[in-house]
Design a protein around this ligand. Structure first.
Ligand code: HEM
Length: 607
């Protein structure tokens, strides 16, 4: 080919690319979309959005670009509307909830939208609807004596652990939150370490700051040949181990129930209802779905509560005046007793300090994205179907009109008339319920009451037992600073590891805390032993227990066996093998989902 022809061809190709680029640039920056930073075709603003502390950049853009409380940006083709004003969140996520309550795909999870495993991450589908209903029922029914007992019991254990190993406080704090959930869901606090490990595994996997494949999404689709795609391999391992562990829990409870040896817990409650019919089990018809729903419920209560608990320590160490106020209030209201939930109306300062901690250091600072299911026009701007709406909690909670002096810890904003957020009576307010941090509309958090109760009991116990102080440097004799702005950058955050001191408020308080734990632990052991003894004396023969288990298996409308699904899959062996080959990333649940008629996975419902 002649040189001149080559040059002309080159000019033509470059010209064509330029025209494409200009058209794409004009389209992506079209004034029909909400205002926002200038978008680069195909890339959006991925290049200048830091993975670390991403919410600060979102807020910075908001201060420059947001008009009337929202703006738009894009990342690798995904369209985002970032909401920075509560009224806009109300309009888009509550009033228009019918079309704005879906969830986006999380690339580094297998089918987060369509699988029935992780309620908070599911698309707005049938599994989400029935699991949300059932989860809601558990969490609202939870306001009974047994649940209060669990919170008090674990708070006492935590105090004793802090007295014995104060430097281990971050691990013991998380373990306490995990033990509460493991007791409520399976009546077994010894499961807490595994539950917490699972919780952090999933949290990391679903966060933009987790695997790189959540940001550079095309990497996820690399073939799994040799070391090419470690992300899928790691996720499959995590996923399968998590599912197997959840299933073991469910089967373990069922076995104990058959022997009459299972005390009250949410899994037992579920299985008892499932024995009646799938309707009574909320429409859930398989062990796979049931074990996932219950497992997820346990898991979600770990990292969510651990964040504000850690930040409460930061608030108290760095604001000794407020710590002294909380201690004075508890001493006066409880007359030296360890506070319980019944004392809540008399403890407004404690509640204000907890709420202000959550405002000052929100632990889901970006909010959780909702995805739109239809094209929409809002305030004259076009919001296409599939847009991710991000309710930026960091911005809501730093709105100076609602929260004057927003960057500072000011619990008085909840306690003194004259502040925009003050509400009376103080026996009821401040309350955590309804905070923007719990999200919006149809996807609003279901754990608000549990969070409020658990934080009150745990933070109340801390202030009752300890002076929370900075750690003193042994060499210099100076206080080691507790950083207030250092955290991880996962979707749900907690402060980076720091050091502090837990100083018992007096020798008498120290002894009383240890006595309370010894008493509670002995009582718990005795109650468990008595229960087992009664159960064993009731069970006349092992055969009767086996019969009970068999009967349960045949209960109408509820498919207890994953093996039934497996044997159906066996019948479709060739298709299953072919599917597994073509979709190496798919789990066994995916294979079942693709190949079996819905009736085999959901015998009674949703057809
Ligand atoms: C400080 C504590 C917590 C915070 C800040 C928090 C925050 C949130 C947020 C922001 C969402 C998403 C809302 C939305 O999409 O608009 C959510 C959903 C959810 N939360 Fe929480 N949460 C907390 C504690 C808990 C606890 C203790 C539980 C249960 C044990 C729980 C259970 C759930 C569930 C099941 C969902 C999913 C709701 C759905 O997608 O329909 N949360 N939470």
């Amino acid at each position: 080919m002649q040189l001149i022809t080559l040059i002309l061809l080159g000019i033509f190709v470059v010209g064509l690319a330029l025209i494409h680029f200009v058209r794409a640039f004009q389209e992506i920056n079209s004034p029909k979309y909400p205002p926002g930073p200038t978008q680069i075709p195909w890339v959006g603003r991925i290049h200048d959005l830091p993975i670390q502390l991403m919410w600060l950049k979102f807020k910075e853009w908001a201060d420059i670009h947001a008009i009337d409380g929202f703006y738009r940006t894009t990342m690798l083709g995904a369209n985002f509307v970032i909401v920075t004003d509560e009224k806009v969140a109300e309009d888009l996520l509550v009033r228009r909830a019918r079309t704005n309550s879906d969830r986006p795909v999380i690339q580094s999870l297998f089918n987060n939208k369509s699988s029935m495993e992780y309620l908070p991450l599911m698309g707005r589908n049938q599994y989400w609807a029935r699991q949300r209903k059932l989860t809601h029922a558990y969490l609202t029914e939870a306001t009974n004596a047994q649940y209060h007992g669990v919170l008090d019991f674990e708070a006492k254990r935590w105090l004793a652990r802090l007295l014995a190993r104060p430097d281990d406080f971050q691990a013991s704090l998380e373990d306490m939150a995990s033990k509460v959930m493991c007791q409520l869901v399976w009546d077994d606090p010894s499961l807490s370490a595994a539950c917490a490990e699972g919780a952090w595994g999933l949290l990391r996997q679903m966060s933009p700051a987790g695997p790189i494949t959540n940001v550079l999404t095309p990497l996820w689709h690399l073939p799994e040949i040799g070391p090419l795609n470690p992300w899928k391999r790691d996720e499959r391992r995590r996923h399968d181990a998590q599912q197997a562990w959840w299933m073991e829990r469910l089967l373990g409870v069922r076995q104990k129930m058959a022997r009459g040896e299972m005390r009250a817990c949410w899994t037992r409650q579920f299985l008892e209802r499932a024995k009646t019919s799938s309707m009574a089990a909320g429409g859930i018809t398989t062990d796979f779905e049931a074990s996932s729903m219950l497992g997820m419920l346990a898991l979600v209560g770990v990292f969510t509560v651990a964040g504000p608990l850690s930040y409460f320590l930061v608030s108290m160490v760095t604001h000794p005046r407020w710590q002294a106020e909380v201690q004075r209030e508890i001493d006066e209201a409880c007359q030296g007793r360890l506070p319980t939930l019944d004392d809540a109306p008399k403890l407004p300062v404690l509640r204000a300090c907890i709420k202000e901690t959550m405002r000052w250091k929100p632990n889901v600072p970006t909010g959780v994205a909702h995805e739109t299911e239809a094209d929409d026009v809002y305030a004259g701007y076009f919001i296409p179907k599939g847009t991710r709406i991000l309710p930026l909690d960091w911005a809501f909670l730093r709105n100076p009109a609602k929260y004057p002096d927003p960057d500072h810890f000011r619990p008085e904003r909840w306690l003194e008339a004259g502040w925009p957020t003050f509400r009376s009576p103080l026996t009821r307010y401040p309350t955590l319920k309804g905070m923007t941090s719990f999200g919006w509309g149809q996807r609003q958090c279901l754990g608000q009451s549990l969070t409020e109760d658990e934080l009150l009991v745990a933070c109340g116990a801390l202030a009752w037992c300890f002076h929370l102080r900075p750690r003193r440097d042994a060499e210099t004799g100076l206080d080691l600073p507790v950083p207030v702005d250092k955290s991880n950058s996962l979707l749900i955050i907690k402060p980076d590891p720091f050091e502090m001191a837990f100083e018992p408020r007096s020798e008498a308080r120290r002894r009383e805390a240890l006595r309370l734990w010894a008493e509670a632990e002995a009582l718990d052991k005795k109650q468990r032993a008595d229960f087992l003894e009664r159960a064993r004396s009731k069970t006349t023969t092992t055969a009767a227990a086996a019969a009970a288990a068999t009967n349960e298996k045949k209960a109408p409308g509820y498919d207890t066996s994953t093996s039934e699904v497996s044997s159906l899959l066996d019948e479709k062996k060739d298709a299953a093998t072919a599917y597994r080959f073509a979709h190496p990333a798919g789990s066994e649940a995916d294979v079942a989902w693709q190949l079996l008629p819905p009736s085999s996975i959901f015998p009674l419902t949703m057809q």
